[in-house]
Design a protein around this ligand. Structure first.
Ligand code: NAD
Ligand code: UDP
Length: 324
């Protein structure tokens, strides 16, 4: 697996190890964290390699989950050229490996390949509406080329491919500082801060809990002959304003929001059509937003409490509370 130290990759590692697989995790730790893997380091079936997928790699494997790429707009826009490289060169390197060792390869693609969609909800047959020169293009176009590379290696070299178009996913181990809306709102609500609504807050997203998503990825990887893209996401759609209210319901207190400018090219609506996943994989999400938020808020509550305890103990020892 590439990107195994990240949010989704660490949960996928948990699942694969629980099923008795040997997992080799390649990661350059750009957005991945050692803490996401801490609980796996003693597992004999788990191997971590500090590796950048822009460089070639040889390792004997029979399945490759290609997840390496920062997923939040703040992180993928930090070094946009690197984002394109991770998607294009990274996917190419993994396809070369898949061809060489005869492995099946699953690409973590994204709903962002639909851009700001003019068809709603989005089926896999929709070709999308992406701005090729905007600030999101490094990610959207990078992922589109990755899908193209996957499809060409399949057509020309018969590499056994799977393409998962992942929609907004949330859960424990999201990075607290990555700017994504669920982690932002939860951390703001737990700290008693105002929730930052971008634009009017009327734009929509559909949020999938990470355990559901991982189940979809594993089903897709193991489904025979499904080489066409498959949407994986929760089709229940919320405005961002409604999400803010849901988060505050779980955390407690009053909903206090502050409005900020809408980022450029921010899609106005997004909802997956999951007919294909239902029919091909027998998959659909089971965890409702309210339940998934409870688990995610619990995680962030503990993480912030640990952070505060560590800061206090530094103060007790005469140090600064700010150094972490
Ligand atoms: P994440 O940022 O938490 O994880 C990405 C991982 O890839 C990190 O561990 C990072 O260090 C690693 N990485 C980045 N560039 C690399 C490189 N060049 N070489 C090696 N490792 C590299 O993101 P995530 O939410 O876990 O997303 C995982 C995958 O799923 C990504 O490909 C993302 O595009 C896709 N996806 C995620 C979502 C979502 O809502 N989380 C939605 C659509 C698609
Ligand atoms: N958003 C927001 N406040 C925040 C972070 C994000 O209103 O603090 C909005 C953002 O403009 C977008 C939606 O929430 O409309 C989802 O943003 P995110 O970055 O999580 O995912 P993406 O835009 O990639 O779907």
């Amino acid at each position: 697996m590439t990107g195994g130290a990240g949010f989704i990759g660490s949960h996928l590692s948990d699942r694969l190890l629980a099923e008795g697989h040997h997992v080799v995790c390649l990661d350059n730790f750009f957005t991945g964290r050692r803490a996401n893997l801490e609980h796996l380091l003693d597992n004999a079936g788990f191997e971590v390699m500090h590796h950048d997928v822009c460089e070639p790699m040889f390792v004997e494997v029979d399945q490759i989950y290609n997840l390496a790429c920062p997923a939040s707009p703040v992180h993928y826009q930090y070094n946009p050229v690197k984002t394109v490289k991770s998607n294009v060169m990274g996917t190419l390197n993994m396809l070369v490996l898949a061809k060489r060792v005869g492995a099946r390869i699953l690409q973590a693609s994204t709903s962002e390949i639909y851009g700001d969609p003019t068809v709603h909800p989005q089926p896999e047959t929709y070709w999308g509406n992406v701005n090729t020169t905007g600030p999101r293009a490094c990610y959207d176009e990078g992922k589109r080329v990755a899908e193209t590379l996957m499809s060409d290696y399949h057509r020309e070299d018969h590499v056994d491919i799977r393409i998962a178009r992942i929609f907004n996913t949330y859960g424990p181990r999201m990075a607290e500082n990555d700017g994504r809306v669920v982690s932002n709102f939860i951390v703001q609500a737990l700290r008693g801060q105002e929730l930052t609504l971008y634009g009017t807050g009327e734009q929509t997203r559909s949020f999938c809990y990470v355990d559901d998503l991982v189940d979809g990825l594993v089903r897709l990887m193991n489904a025979e002959g499904r080489t066409e893209p498959v949407n994986l996401g929760n089709p229940v759609e919320f405005t961002i304003k409604e999400l803010a209210e849901e988060v505050v319901k779980v955390v407690g207190g009053e909903t206090r929001v502050t409005y900020r400018p809408l980022p450029e090219d921010d899609p106005t609506q997004r909802q997956p059509d999951i007919t294909r996943a239902r029919e091909w994989l027998g998959w659909e999400p089971r965890i409702q937003l309210a339940d998934g938020l409870v688990r995610t808020v619990d995680y962030f509550r503990q993480r912030l409490a640990r952070r505060n305890r560590a800061a206090l103990s530094r103060v007790d020892q005469g140090g600064s509370p700010l150094l972490d």
